[in-house]
Write a protein that binds this ligand. Structure first.
Ligand SMILES: Nc1nc2c(ncn2[C@@H]2O[C@H](COP(=O)(O)OP(=O)(O)OP(=O)(O)O)[C@@H](O)[C@H]2O)c(=O)[nH]1
Ligand SMILES: [Mg+2]
Length: 483
């Protein structure tokens, strides 16, 4: 009996032990099941809702809004805002996959910063617009500012801008052609630098013109009316003779030959734009016209380049002038030089504009719809006197002198030639003629969208070949395929 009882109590212990084991196993399996369940929900999470899932699963639950931390190495990868275009364009080329994904995050971070800065700028806009009005500046619309007063802007980086502005002479009716030009200049260059933009007109600009251009320009915008005396006939002009010229030029089918306004425009661009009060305080300008294109990223400050390299006049395209528009311009210039030989620079660029040592003009000139130059050159005694001398002869009205040959002759004669700079890296187009960098690596790196076959530089009507030769420059190796 003892053994039966002993066996029964042994079985009881076994039963208890088994029960404990079953309970233990069940409870532990449950917790494992629940954690698998959790995992299965998180593995289907999309990047978009991942952040909110992280918050729901976090100890504080849904209401706890933890900031998403940017890892230190990504912060270090983030390039400076003012040169972001440059850094991105360089770094996107053939990087290992791992680095590319880091880049992707850095780009995202940059975009976030840019958006934050933009919001900040929008918030500041009404105040700055008010301030601008008070100081004869019609609009201000800065996005990312680089000087000291803008440290408040999110992610601002200090950058010492040059004393420079864009300048555009335009009519109200050209607004939509012009904003395309501005958009290109902004996208390729100015969104990184936020230079000002001065608009000039012989009539009042419309509100629509001001509003739209201010919406696109990243720097301050200023709108000026040209004073009557800068856009009208001087007293000494014989109006009948001027009219006669227009009639004859129309018959001769000379482009703009019958236009009065075109002549005022050329005279203004030759002798007055730099005297306008909105330009008074600037040292450098970049001229932009309606209907231009900028084909490549410009990832350096072109104004600063000019200053750092002692340049005074910069251009992109050179071309021959229509002889019939300037029959007496060269003789008038020679007379001026004879009377004022002191203005002829040593080591000037006469060879570019004359093939016979100055006897005749070969019609080569820098196409002035693009110019980056120092305003002080036009304000100099040499140029001021040259313009007065030209203006007295009435050639703007009795012929049809253009500002391009006049600027070019002055730059070639009154400056040492090393102060002239050819921007061969600026992919550019105005109407029919354009410049497209011929080197493919350059075009890819700067994300150019032009066609090299359209490059005008080495074509017959251009003065590009002469420029390279007389400046002692080496032509790009591809030039022979594009002449
Ligand atoms: N306000 C104003 N601007 C003008 C007038 N005529 C021309 N312009 C501007 O002056 C600049 C030169 O004029 P265009 O008509 O382009 O002359 P152009 O460049 O010599 O000739 P294209 O080769 O045909 O472009 C442009 O920025 C025009 O918008 C005018 O009558 N009034
Ligand atoms: Mg033009």
């Amino acid at each position: 009996m003892k053994s039966v009882f002993a066996r029964q109590s042994y079985l009881k212990y076994v039963a208890i032990a088994l029960t404990v084991l079953v309970i233990y196993t069940l409870t532990h399996n449950n917790s494992q099941i629940s954690s698998y369940a959790n995992l299965s929900t998180t593995t289907t999470t999309t990047p978009a809702n991942q952040a909110s899932q992280i918050h729901q699963n976090s100890p504080g639950g849904q209401n706890q809004q933890e900031p998403i931390k940017v890892p230190e190495e990504i912060k270090k990868e983030t390039p400076q805002k003012d040169v972001e275009g440059e850094v991105l364009s360089e770094d996107r080329v053939a990087k290992p996959k791992e680095e590319q994904s880091k880049q992707g995050l850095a780009i995202q971070k940059q975009e976030q910063d840019a958006a934050a800065a933009e919001d900040e700028a929008k918030a500041q806009a009404p105040a700055s617009k008010e301030k601008a009005k008070d100081s004869d500046v019609a609009n201000s619309n800065s996005a990312i500012k680089f000087d000291s007063d803008s440290d408040a802007a999110a992610g601002a980086v200090k950058y010492q801008r040059m004393n420079a502005t864009f300048v555009t002479l335009a009519r109200n009716k050209e607004l939509f052609e012009l904003v395309k030009s501005i958009r290109e200049v902004e996208d390729r260059f100015n969104r990184k630098y936020n230079y000002d933009w001065v608009f000039l007109n012989d009539e009042e600009f419309t509100q629509e013109f001001k509003d739209l251009t201010s919406a696109i320009v990243s720097g301050k915008t200023k709108y000026g009316l040209i004073p009557k005396e800068h856009w009208s006939y001087p007293d000494h002009i014989d109006l009948q003779k001027a009219e006669e010229t227009r009639k004859n030029m129309k018959l001769a089918k000379i482009i703009y030959g019958d236009s009065e306004s075109y002549r005022h425009m050329c005279r203004f661009e030759s002798g007055f734009f730099f005297r306008h009060k909105l330009l008074e305080d600037y040292e450098w300008y970049w001229r932009v016209e309606p209907d231009i294109k900028i084909y490549c990223d410009l990832d350096y400050d072109l104004f600063k380049f000019m200053a750092d390299n002692n340049k005074v006049y910069g251009f992109t395209i050179s071309i021959h002038e229509f002889q019939k528009t300037i029959p007496t311009l060269w003789q008038t210039t020679k007379d001026f030089i004879k009377q004022n030989p002191q203005f002829l620079a040593a080591n000037n660029f006469m060879d570019f504009i004359s093939d016979d040592g100055g006897d005749t003009y070969n019609l080569c000139h820098f196409w002035s719809n693009f110019e980056i130059a120092n305003l002080n050159f036009w304000r100099s005694e040499a140029y001021t006197k040259y313009f007065e001398h030209l203006d007295k002869t009435g050639g703007f009205f009795y012929e049809r002198w253009g500002d391009a040959p006049i600027h070019s002759i002055a730059a070639s004669l009154f400056l040492p030639k090393d102060k002239i700079h050819y921007f061969e890296d600026v992919g550019y187009r105005h109407q029919v003629y354009g410049q497209c960098p011929l080197n493919p690596e350059f075009r890819y790196k700067h994300r150019c969208h032009c066609k090299p076959a359209d490059d005008f530089t080495f074509r017959g009507y251009s003065c590009g070949k002469k420029y390279f030769e007389k400046m002692g420059l080496t032509k790009p190796k591809e030039w022979e395929d594009y002449q």
